[in-house]
Design a protein around this ligand. Structure first.
Ligand SMILES: [Zn+2]
Ligand SMILES: [Zn+2]
Length: 379
């Protein structure tokens, strides 16, 4: 449909009052009336133009629809509710965002209509270049344990996938129940004008749909899309951290036309662990040792967060708080090879039991201190 600026035709502002529109129309109509300009084709065309502009802008309801949808909205039989639903559904599908104003990159409403009603070849609707748009990307959150982040995780997640409605193929309309348009015979376009100036325009009765009185699709209630709960097997690679996004290719929203489906992004949240602390690619862990191990030194077996077991040498006279590094048993690097390190912080455990014997042994150990252990505490 040819888009026209009706306000410009009357020479008024878009915010003009009803009174200003009426006055502008009267003034121009007097000037260009065919009776005043017999045989003047330019004047006749101009008169038609201002008459059409007044017919629409002079009617508050039609003016509102024209402001919102352009010329398509001013046609008789235009279903604004359905058009808004279709437009929003389109903007939603095309951009992956919530419905919002505007035409989602389309120049006018008719372009959207054309796309929505394309692909109905059997009803003789105009065949347009099929619209193609990649499906929207979806995002979901997954909370995992730190140990799963260290080792990687294969799990199942549930997502709501929106798909083009199979019943209406995305038009949002129930075409089966609607009779073929009596004005255009289902073509969606009608011939207007006579002889050499004849041209085709969108059928005003059906708005180009080729059908009359269409109702919203019973399956999707007019949204053009349906939602389906789906369980997906996903693999979380070792090394992820809170904020990591894991992409599952092709598992986002359905594409439009032949457009590729979008991707699913899993936003990972790693729960803190009660014993292990992560610092970058390194892991930190307390290592409890006995007084004897700390004093005399020992080789001890230590389980590591990656599920392995390492033998760690505790040197003689190891104080509480000393860090022992175990190379390559930290976090796997998400980008790049290898792993960070595991740091074991020695914590000397005294015997919980043992009575006087233990106390005697401890007293004997006092001889071994070279200086006051608190001598460095000066503030
Ligand atoms: Zn549907
Ligand atoms: Zn029609």
């Amino acid at each position: 449909m040819e888009e026209k600026d009706l306000y410009a035709a009357l020479g008024v502002d878009r915010k003009a009052s009803a009174d200003e529109i009426r006055k502008a129309y009267r003034k121009l109509a007097r000037k260009h009336h065919p009776d005043v300009n017999p045989g003047n084709q330019d004047a006749e065309n101009r008169f038609k133009e201002i008459s059409e502009a007044h017919e629409i802008l002079g009617d508050p309801d039609k003016r509102k629809l024209y402001d919102e949808f352009g010329m398509a909205g001013a046609q008789s039989g235009f279903d604004a509710e359905q058009a808004r639903a279709a437009r929003d559904a389109y903007a939603w599908r095309a951009t992956g965002s919530e419905p919002r104003g505007g035409f989602g990159g389309y120049e006018n409403f008719e372009d959207i209509f054309g796309d929505i009603f394309s692909g109905r070849g059997s009803h003789g609707a105009r065949s347009r270049t099929g619209v193609r748009a990649a499906g929207e990307d979806l995002e979901t959150e997954l909370e995992i344990d730190l140990l799963d982040a260290v080792r990687g995780l294969a799990t199942e997640i549930g997502i709501d996938r929106r798909e083009v409605c199979a019943t209406c193929t995305g038009s949002g309309l129930d075409l089966s129940s609607a009779p073929i348009c009596s004005q255009c015979g289902g073509q969606g376009r009608v011939r207007v004008g006579e002889g050499p100036v004849a041209f085709m325009r969108t059928c005003p009765r059906c708005g180009g749909q080729g059908r009359e009185g269409t109702k919203p699709c019973p399956t999707c209630s007019g949204a053009g899309q349906t939602s389906r709960r789906e369980r997906l097997s996903v693999k979380i690679p070792p090394g992820v951290d809170t904020g990591s996004r894991v992409r599952v290719s092709g598992k986002g929203g359905a594409g439009i036309g032949n457009g590729a489906p979008g991707d699913l992004f899993i936003r990972v949240v790693v729960r803190p662990h009660r014993l292990i602390e992560r610092r970058g690619d390194d892991l930190h862990l307390d290592l409890p040792v006995t007084v004897v191990e700390a004093v005399s030194g020992a080789s001890i077996d230590v389980p590591t967060p990656d599920g392995a077991k390492v033998r760690v040498r505790v040197p003689p006279r190891t104080q509480s708080g000393k860090q022992l590094r175990v190379r390559g048993h930290g976090m796997p690097r998400l980008k790049g090879d290898g792993r960070g390190d595991l740091y074991l912080r020695v914590v000397v455990h005294i015997p919980e039991d043992g009575g006087e014997e233990v106390e005697r042994a401890a007293a004997e150990m006092s001889a071994g201190y070279k200086s006051d252990p608190r001598s460095s505490m000066r503030f």
